[in-house]
Design a protein around this ligand. Structure first.
Ligand SMILES: [Fe+2]
Ligand SMILES: [Fe+2]
Length: 260
């Protein structure tokens, strides 16, 4: 059995899970929850949803670029085949977010740290670093966020989308774990050390991204900061566990200090 059979299995899984933007309930459901109350309150709620949608649109736009790069760089046929589905998934996600964004009145503020994280991944030296950062780390961490948004937006197009994206990103993460495992089996100590060093450069920016709040949600940010910090701590521990399970020496990982 080839080492890449698991990566190939994710290709077949991705094909089975494939959906189309036209499958979403565009004409049946409201885009986001409809709130009641004064016009001011309704407008403020709408701004909050709009800024959340903008973050997801931004993340998927960047994911298209990273997926295209992985597709271009992956030398193994099974991985290249799998990446054709990743590129399609991420551009389909972006297409759906763009449609939803138009329905809620356009985009809000961009998260500058997310742009910076993507740039770091695109400029990383090795395929091992890129697969780790995008698929092992980012795509794992986004799944609970989709579940959280879906729970608070029942009966909307947004809920339907988040449920689909949680499944898709589960496949993206699983395939990345499978590919990274094979890549690291054959990687030199130097490559593995570089991966940890790149992780140490990435983590502080990741923390800033996680704790960043746009103007529309600044007031929520301060109220929920301690819950956010606790969640972030768990996420970072989780990331380190995944790295260790891939056979990396995580003793050199520097976890950023998080003030509650
Ligand atoms: Fe995506
Ligand atoms: Fe993804």
């Amino acid at each position: 059995m080839s080492d890449f059979s698991e990566v190939y299995r994710y290709y077949t899984l991705a094909k089975k899970a494939e959906w189309q933007v036209r499958d979403l309930p565009w004409d049946e459901l409201p885009p986001i929850p409809e709130s009641k109350g004064s016009p001011d309150k309704v407008a403020r709620r709408r701004d909050i949803w709009r800024s959340g949608i903008t973050q997801q649109l931004q993340a998927d736009e960047l994911a298209v670029q990273m997926a295209a790069q992985l597709f271009a760089l992956a030398p193994h046929p099974e991985a290249k085949l799998y990446y054709t589905t990743l590129v399609q998934d991420e551009s389909r996600h972006t297409e759906a977010w763009l449609k939803l964004t138009a329905m809620v009145g356009g985009t809000a503020e961009r998260d500058p740290y997310l742009d910076q994280l993507c740039k770091m991944t695109l400029e990383a030296d090795t395929l091992e670093e890129k697969v780790f950062q995008m698929q092992v780390f980012f795509e794992r961490l986004i799944i609970p966020k989709f579940r959280m948004i879906a729970r608070s937006s029942r009966g909307t197009i947004l809920e339907d989308m988040c449920n689909r994206l949680a499944i898709d990103d589960g496949i993206h993460h699983g395939s990345g774990m499978a590919y990274e495992r094979v890549l690291l089996q054959n990687a030199s100590k130097k490559t593995k050390d570089k991966l940890i060093k790149a992780g140490n450069r990435l983590l502080p920016v990741f923390v800033q991204h996680e704790l960043w709040r746009p103007r529309e949600r600044a007031w929520i940010g301060s109220a929920m900061r301690s819950a956010d910090v606790a969640r972030l701590r768990r996420e970072l521990e989780n990331g380190i566990r995944m790295a260790a399970s891939l056979g990396l020496d995580v003793s050199e990982v520097q976890v950023p200090r998080l003030a509650a």
